[in-house]
Design a binder for this molecule. Structure first.
Ligand code: CP
Ligand code: NVA
Length: 311
């Protein structure tokens, strides 16, 4: 038998876990959430430290990882570009070598996916993508966990994506290919998903619709995101014009299945990508979705550090 250490598992894209591993992580998220609600102490990550690096703003990602890590018995180091040498051009490879000698796990929110890949390839410990321009896997992990809680398996279901062909859209598409559901995509012209950037094997798990209402027809879940993602602020005015018809409103929810859910990763802009009636209405599960970031990521951290636990 070889004495070589097991290879480090990173979570940089949704496809970094198999369908079978997702089944395990979703089951663990449910159990970890149950323990949290029952005030049952669960400290499997005692003495472990998570480094969180933020190059973009965050509310949910920071709170969910930080609170979640403490609840698992571990501790957290919080770094931003502005208060670390990362903002003063220390090479990302050197930062990875140093930070991963002192901590057990790293979460990074940054710009290009190439940056997180370079960090991961020089890290001794697992690296988690807390959002890049291309992907937001932790969010889709929580979204699918939320769907399962409300409606059961997502396999064979239809998710309508209304809006930008951005990091969220790319990650939904990866998830559809891996977990066996379909995405109905409607994006304004010029803001389409790039199949190569999304890293898809084929076009079999999505359908493109010009009219966002057509994308919502018959959907089990309708979801959207901001018109302008972080890092694209210079395009704000042009996007406001291009996206004017891509607002999820009651007419769109009307043509979805009667029991369709509405999700939004948040932060939301009422009156832009979603109407107040929809996001604050009966089909919206956005607050469960936000809370579930924490439970799902606790299960993810447990899996990356300890493997298949059944406690
Ligand atoms: N949805 C999400 O990632 O939120 P934050 O930007 O607040 O972390
Ligand atoms: N697409 C958005 C998601 C924010 C959580 C962004 O990248 O800014």
């Amino acid at each position: 038998m070889s004495n070589a250490p097991a290879p480090v598992r990173h979570y940089l894209e949704f496809t970094d876990l198999s369908a079978d591993e997702y089944a395990h992580v979703f089951a663990r998220a449910a159990e970890i959430k149950r323990k949290f609600k029952a005030y049952e102490k669960y400290h499997p990550l005692a003495d472990r430290t998570l480094a969180m690096i933020f190059e973009k703003a965050s509310t949910r990602t920071r709170v969910s990882f930080e609170a979640g890590m403490y609840q698992l018995g571990g501790s957290v180091v919080h770094l931003t570009t502005g208060d670390s040498q990362l903002g003063r051009s220390e090479p990302i490879e050197d930062s990875a070598r140093v930070i991963s000698r002192m901590t057990d796990l790293v979460m990074i929110r940054t710009y290009g996916q190439d940056k997180i890949e370079r960090f991961a390839s020089h890290s001794r410990v697992p690296v988690i993508n807390g959002l890049t321009n291309e992907f937001h896997p932790c969010q889709i992990l929580a979204d699918i966990f939320t769907y399962i809680e409300h409606r059961g398996s997502i396999q064979g279901k239809t998710v309508a994506w209304v809006g930008d062909g951005n990091n969220m859209a790319n990650t939904w598409l990866q998830a559809a290919e891996l977990l066996g559901f379909t995405v109905h995509l409607s994006t304004p012209s010029g803001y389409e998903v790039d199949q190569a950037v999304a890293g898809l094997r084929s076009a079999d798990s999505y359908k493109i619709f010009k009219d966002p209402e057509d994308a919502c027809r018959g959907a089990d879940l309708v979801t959207t995101d901001v018109w302008t993602s972080m890092g694209f602020e210079a395009e704000n005015e042009a996007r406001k014009k291009a996206f004017a018809d891509w607002c999820v409103d009651e007419a769109m929810m009307q043509v979805a299945k009667p029991d369709a859910l509405f999700m939004h990763c948040l932060p939301a802009h009422r009156g832009e990508e979603v109407s107040a009636e929809v996001i604050d209405g009966p089909q919206s599960v956005v607050w469960d979705e936000a809370e579930n970031r924490m439970h799902a990521q606790k299960a993810l951290m447990e899996f990356l550090l300890l493997g298949r636990v059944n406690a």
